[in-house]
Design a protein around this ligand. Sequence first.
Ligand code: RP5
Length: 158
Amino acid sequence: MAGKVAVIMGSQSDWPVMQHAVDVLKALEVEYEASVVSAHRTPGRLYDFAANAHEEFSVIIAGAGGAAHLPGMTASMTWLPVIAVPVTSKALNGVDSLLSIVQMPKGIAVATQAIGEPGAFNAGLMAAQIIATSNADVRERLVAWRAAQTEAVPREVC
Ligand code: RP5
């Protein structure tokens, strides 16, 4: 069934955050491929990836930090949905990444998540939700995962 996710990040140093997206995809048995694609250090790699991504993938998760243009540049070159993760930065704790990514000018859409680990985790979930619209197996696992999460919240405070 359809639905492979590309997980790209601007640097190997983004992996400690971005691995949380991959953790979710693994848990829900969603096919994925993770790689480093830097908008400013490997622009040729970015162009090749974005121009051809629709032939292999259904959704893209893009994480980057600092003056983070990877998600927006990727989105400008593909019609696939791009889910963005503002990676926590050393200088400004990811606020720079968030503001760089979230303020996309009108005309090119990027689905920006929260800064850091929660954003990466939710990016994985969002990608799975998109895949679930056309893949019944992923849908079933996602619904079960959500139910287990709900079940795990105790009512009583101890
Ligand atoms: C961005 O610059 C990357 O996404 C990363 O978050 C940040 C720092 O990269 P490194 O200097 O650690 O490779 O392009």
